[in-house]
Write a protein that binds this ligand. Structure first.
Ligand code: A2H
Length: 253
């Protein structure tokens, strides 16, 4: 863990009914996968959510209506930040694993894809953020590589019970232009560095560094309310907007 607190935006990805059997105790609630992101301005380009198959998650009561699915660790932090039905104490309605989440249909704020699905990612850390990550393959090298592998390998999909229609129809959505890197920066950088899989940790770190720095300093929004504006400006405007509309909450750790 770093010394300085990291300020995330928790994006509320709503689980669409009908709920699976495991979710029986959640009937009548609004249930969300709560994804921690540092890039709220990229939410237009979401293609799926990522969960760790073997990860432990819970469905926690945030208030009388909302339930967030995330790690217990994140639930405890949130409880100290005012997001728990019982102050300073996480209130878990159901214990879940990543396997229970794979295939859930989701409606996520700003996303041009109206329904997206929770899919497996094996490199998710359970001691960072919420253990739920929203996927923006246009701008995140991790997301781009994980989606590419899932698309290319039917055996991998089958192993995790992933249906073709949760993955195959989803294409990269261009949302930000970066000089020299174009409209699908993560794809360009991963191809330029010839990254073959998520296991190439060092190359991926370099890809992330390149896209993240350039995206923030030189990127321009191509879509949405702030099309034409710099990413630097759009980031905080969209964060504030998502929080004001109740589609996201602040989270730090
Ligand atoms: B970011 P930092 Cl478009 N395990 O959101 C692995 N990765 C996680 C995670 C976890 N438990 N929790 C959050 N993340 C990802 C968008 C995005 C992100 C874009 C581009 C870059 C980027 C869409 N995915 O992050 O270590 C989330 O992915 C690159 C840094 O706290 C979150 O923001 O700096 C970011 O990592 C937080 O990473």
């Amino acid at each position: 863990e770093g010394v300085l607190p990291q300020d995330y935006t928790l994006v509320k990805m709503e689980v669409l009914p009908p709920f699976p059997l495991k979710f029986k105790a959640l009937e009548g609630r609004k249930v969300f996968l709560a994804a921690a992101t540092l890039r709220p301005e990229t939410m237009y380009g979401q293609t799926n959510a990522w969960v760790l198959p073997d990860g432990n998650y819970g469905a926690f009561e945030v208030n009388d209506t909302d339930v967030f699915i995330l790690t217990e660790r994140a639930a405890l932090n949130l409880a100290y930040q005012g997001f728990s039905k019982t102050p300073k104490h996480p209130s878990c309605l159901v214990e879940l694993t990543g396997y229970d989440l794979i295939g859930l249909p989701l409606k996520s704020p700003l996303s041009f894809n109206k329904v997206i699905y929770a899919l497996p990612m094996l490199t998710i850390l359970t001691d960072k953020g919420t253990g739920i990550v929203t996927s923006v393959p246009s701008d995140a090298p991790d997301d781009y590589m994980a989606l590419r592998v899932l698309k290319a390998k039917p055996a991998f999909r089958e192993k995790y019970g992933v249906k073709d229609e949760w993955v195959v129809p989803f294409e990269i959505v261009p949302i930000i232009n970066i000089p020299d890197l174009g409209d699908k920066a993560a794809e360009k950088v991963c191809l330029d560095l010839k990254i073959k899989s998520q296991n190439e940790k060092e190359k991926l770190a370099e890809a992330k560094r390149l896209t993240y720095l350039k995206g923030f300093t030189d990127g321009t929004m191509l879509v949405g309310e702030y099309a034409g504006k710099k990413v630097q400006e759009a980031k905080s405007l969209l964060r504030t907007k998502l929080i004001e509309t109740g589609e996201a909450v602040m989270y730090s750790e």
